[in-house]
Design a protein. Structure first.
Length: 187
């Protein structure tokens, strides 16, 4: 499922006259969607950041809670179907693909900001976070309360939080984009 979602995202991103890559490339005063290249970059950044924030702050932090005794597996997304961890894996795969694909947010970090060090750091952080998620051999609901499995879930949560912090601290400065409101901020 994750690979299918990534392939669909890549196709929508690059194929056809109305692909998102073309929409971004055509940013300008007469463009329908983005009046400046900075607007396009900001939109890409917000979607990248929101995907990571969703995993870190909602899909992992809530069921993990502060301790094994306080674990709340019922707060995991899709807890009744046992798909919580698979959903996280898919989110991380899609976020990593959106970063690394040609024309993705990583393109702006590499080519616009010219920050190869930041690009390498983000590439490693995405890969490590995804690999940790893939290494958990149980459902999230079981793992948050299992003394043997919980440390890996805590590691995943820490990596997702670090990736989120990295996205907030570095790309916005390198690309000159503000970190502002997103879909989770409410009104």
């Amino acid at each position: 499922m994750g690979r299918q979602l990534s392939a669909l995202l890549a196709a929508r991103w690059t194929e056809g006259w109305n692909s998102f890559a073309i929409t971004i490339a055509q940013a300008g005063p007469d463009a329908e969607r983005y009046r400046t290249p900075q607007e396009a970059t900001l939109d890409l950044f917000k979607s990248q950041y929101t995907a990571v924030e969703l995993v870190a702050d909602h899909k992992l932090a809530r069921p993990l809670s502060n301790s094994i005794e306080g674990a709340r597996p019922g707060l995991a997304e899709s807890s009744r179907s046992g798909r919580s961890l698979e959903n996280i894996r898919i989110n991380l795969q899609a976020a990593e693909a959106a970063y690394s694909m040609e024309g993705g947010f990583g393109t702006f970090v590499r080519k616009v900001a010219g920050d190869a060090e930041l690009d390498a750091l983000l590439t490693r952080a995405f890969a490590q976070t995804r690999q940790t998620a893939e290494s958990i051999d149980a459902s999230l609901e079981a793992a948050v309360g299992d003394p043997a499995l919980r440390p890996t879930v805590e590691q995943l949560a820490a990596e997702a939080a670090a990736l989120k912090a990295l996205l907030v601290q570095r790309p916005n400065v390198a690309l000159g984009i503000p970190v502002g409101f997103n879909a989770f901020d409410g009104d």
